[in-house]
Design a protein around this ligand. Structure first.
Ligand code: ZN
Length: 388
């Protein structure tokens, strides 16, 4: 709409009773005023959604369809096997990569933060802060040597996501991980959204020249700070540091995808990091949501819900209790959960064969040997402190 066009109705304005002044001869609390209040709430909600760039097309006042025959793991399996499930979104956190031996950043004992003291950082997370990096990139690149992709094999969970894609069911895979194991597992690039960025590409912080993973690997493993070939700028992997925006692709895909989603699978994430954690609220109100994780997560307003202050389908995270009509938790190891799901879907042997063949291929290509020695045999240990 151009700025000089005549006043036109928009979503933000009250869509009824143009010729009636607000509240004219109408007692508060009447049906009319309640309808108007509700419309106002909806209008504000739509306005905020538009302003924030999220187009929420759900009608909160419409009755919500219950699509699962039973709100259980088997109910979810039946839904995925059915005709109406065509657009699955997967959300993944560190839990899908831990069995590959990728260190957990935040674990207090084995996690990387715990092992960063030798770098004299003002605080552990400074190693991922853009301001600190600009002043002193060396600690990050020493750490990057440990985290560098290519030294780890994708897990059963990664190959399960690839199977979802090959079955034509994967709308998109959103990952918080920066380990590039999704790419390593052969999931099509256009199906992946790396919400926290990736090691796969890098850019000069000054002139924005792009660099390949090979360039970075050579520099990092020879203990050099990667410097741009065109200017004196430092080259930084495109992982999102504290103080940086999420990738534009994340915003773009979120707007396109979530209202189309008819099955959300959250894997190996504690859903504590925003805005990733709020994505669970962006699917339609009826859309089933399955959590595959070691413990329950994402119940942001658990107490409010328990007190009856918010209803079953209000935005506010997952509802993992007896009242749930669409949320299911499959607690336990992520790989076990994915294999279990594949088995029940009838794809179990296919998944086992895919994992075995791909792991054999990666091993034969010889790209998996860590600079610190051969990869350990299964099960991989947590990243030992002495390597840092
Ligand atoms: Zn440059």
């Amino acid at each position: 709409m151009s700025s000089n066009s005549p006043k036109t109705k928009t979503d933000v304005e009250d869509p009824v009773e143009d010729n009636v002044p607000p509240n004219a001869s109408e007692p508060s609390g009447s049906l009319g005023s309640r309808i108007r209040d509700q419309l106002d709430v909806d209008s504000i909600r739509r306005y905020l959604a538009l302003k924030l760039g999220f187009y929420d097309l759900t009608e909160p006042s419409a009755p919500v369809e219950k699509v699962l025959d039973e709100v259980t793991f088997d109910g979810v399996v039946k839904w995925i096997k059915g005709n109406r499930c065509k657009n699955i979104i997967t959300l993944a956190g560190a839990g899908i990569s831990t069995s590959a031996g990728i260190p957990d950043f935040r674990s207090p004992v084995s996690g990387l933060y715990h092992n960063l003291q030798k770098y004299n950082l003002p605080e552990p997370q400074a190693i991922f802060e853009i301001n600190f990096f600009c002043q002193n990139p060396k600690p990050f690149f020493m750490l990057a040597k440990e985290l560098f992709p290519g030294n780890f094999k994708p897990t059963i969970s990664h190959y399960f996501i690839r199977l979802l894609h090959e079955k034509g069911l994967l709308l998109r895979h959103y990952t918080q991980n920066i380990d590039t194991l999704e790419r390593g597992a052969g999931i099509a690039e256009d199906k992946i959204v790396e919400a926290h960025g990736t090691f796969f590409t890098s850019h000069c912080l000054e002139c924005r020249k792009e660099y390949s993973v090979e360039f970075m690997k050579e520099k990092i493993f020879s203990d050099q700070i990667p410097i741009c070939t065109d200017c004196p700028g430092v080259v930084k992997p495109d992982i999102v540091f504290f103080g940086e925006s999420l990738p534009a692709r994340f915003q773009h895909c979120v707007q396109m995808d979530f209202q189309k989603c008819d099955m959300l699978i959250i894997m190996g994430s504690s859903l504590e990091v925003q805005p990733f954690a709020s994505l669970v609220d962006m699917v339609p109100d009826w859309c089933p949501r399955l959590l595959i994780n070691r413990e329950k997560a994402g119940q942001r307003f658990f107490l409010l819900r328990a007190c009856g202050l918010i209803s079953g389908n209000s935005p506010g995270g997952l509802q993992l209790d007896d009242e749930s009509v669409r949320d299911v938790a499959r607690l336990g190891d992520c790989d076990d959960g994915c294999q279990d799901l594949a088995d029940r879907l009838g794809w179990g042997d296919e998944l086992r064969a895919l994992v075995a063949a791909e792991h054999a291929r990666l091993e034969s290509e010889g790209n998996l040997t860590s600079p610190h020695g051969p990869l350990p045999s299964s099960p991989p240990p947590a990243m030992p402190a002495e390597k840092l």
